[in-house]
Design a protein around this ligand. Structure first.
Ligand SMILES: Cc1cc2nc3c(=O)[nH]c(=O)nc-3n(C[C@H](O)[C@H](O)[C@H](O)COP(=O)(O)O)c2cc1C
Length: 148
């Protein structure tokens, strides 16, 4: 059983909706699961061995403002996250082809930079073809929950 924290980066609620949909599924697989849209440093997830980042992209490939402080702190301080494993669900829209899922991709790099180990493949959800991001995430998590 893992102690999972889902870290949400959102501007208009889709990533929060995805996190809220995944939580009971992961709990059903006997994991302990929290959800946060306020984490700002590694201290905020010290007790969680697994981090699942669910992050939208806004502006032009930008990280949502609620999770930007976390990204900036990790990049600046580079804490040792080798005791954590993580994964990432990036929400984007292919009509922004040059910056598709840019926010999630940036966060992925930051966690890798700090030594956290990725669990599986990053999921990228394209809002131009998938209006219901939670559906794709629920399919993805069926495999992921057994890798944790
Ligand atoms: C103003 C605006 C800018 C966006 N910029 C990008 C972008 O650069 N790249 C991308 O892949 N998606 C972009 N998106 C799409 C969002 O990431 C996508 O709709 C996502 O599902 C929003 O999630 P949220 O409701 O959690 O914020 C943008 C959306 C808006 C409204």
């Amino acid at each position: 059983m893992a102690n999972i924290l889902i870290l949400v980066g959102t501007e208009s609620g889709n990533a929060q909706m995805v996190a809220d949909a995944l939580k009971p599924v992961l709990e059903g697989a006997s994991h302990a699961v929290g959800v946060s849209d306020k984490a700002a440093s590694a201290a905020d997830f010290a007790g969680n061995d697994v981090l699942l980042v669910v992050c939208a992209t806004h502006g032009s490939g930008d990280i949502p403002t609620n999770i930007l402080p976390l990204a900036e702190t990790l990049e600046r301080e580079r804490p040792d996250l080798s005791g954590h494993r993580y994964d990432l669900i990036a929400l984007g829209d292919m009509t922004y082809q040059d910056t598709f899922c840019g926010g999630g991709k940036k966060l992925d790099k930051v966690f890798a930079l700090c030594g956290a180990g990725r669990i599986g493949d990053r999921l990228e959800v394209d809002a131009s073809t998938q209006p219901l991001p939670d559906e794709e995430a629920l399919t993805w998590v069926e495999t992921w929950k057994s890798l944790v």
